[in-house]
Design a protein around this ligand. Structure first.
Ligand SMILES: [Fe+2]
Length: 193
């Protein structure tokens, strides 16, 4: 049985308002968790296992399982990608600066990439072959399906920001960037490098 992760709205309040978060967490994310539980009962692995082993499921259910597992994983990474605590320097940030030259280069590339996404999807910081990449994926596609490891996720579906920012998606993208949880991303990075 897949269960929702906990989310403390107050830590994200400066960037996304309560009503917006409540709908996102209790309606949109909840729907993917419920759908996945209905599709695969009594599964013993993680959501990542589902995505990585999608070929082991019934052919006629596979696409539905994948979209809902992606919906669960992507939302969990997105919610965990934000917090209101100032970040401390870590291995991930050191290596980001090594690859991109400066933090500002990384920031500009992340924001420019997110700004270019057309339609619903996510911007991810991923690791592929020990190098970082910043990519957009449509709908609930997940980097694990492409042999990439996601470290940070930005939800760019309208439901993620519309009640706070209306049509000003770029402001949402910029504000998201200001509360990225590099401690969590670094934990994923150090565990799996
Ligand atoms: Fe979402």
């Amino acid at each position: 049985m897949f269960k929702k992760i906990k989310l403390d709205y107050s830590t994200l309040e400066p960037v996304i308002n309560d009503k917006n978060l409540d709908l996102h967490y209790n309606k949109h994310y909840q729907k993917y968790v419920d759908n996945l539980n209905n599709l695969i009962k009594d599964y013993n692995g993680s959501v990542i296992d589902v995505i990585k082993n999608i070929d082991s499921f019934d052919k006629d259910k596979r696409s539905q399982i994948l979209v809902n597992a992606g919906g669960v994983y992507n939302h969990e990474l997105y919610f965990r990608s934000m917090n209101d605590k100032p970040y401390t320097n870590n291995k991930l940030l050191d290596d980001i600066i090594k690859q991109y030259g400066t933090y500002d280069n990384f920031k500009k590339l992340f924001i420019d990439t997110a700004n270019k996404l057309v339609g619903s999807g996510y911007t991810f910081l991923v690791l592929k072959d020990n190098k970082f990449d910043i990519i957009n994926l449509p709908n609930q596609d997940n980097p694990y399906s492409y042999d990439m490891m996601p470290l940070i996720a930005l939800d760019l579906w309208e439901h993620a920001y519309y009640l706070t920012y209306y049509n000003d998606r770029l402001k949402y993208i910029n504000n998201f960037f200001s509360i990225i949880n590099y401690d969590y991303a670094n934990r994923l990075y150090e565990e799996n490098k």
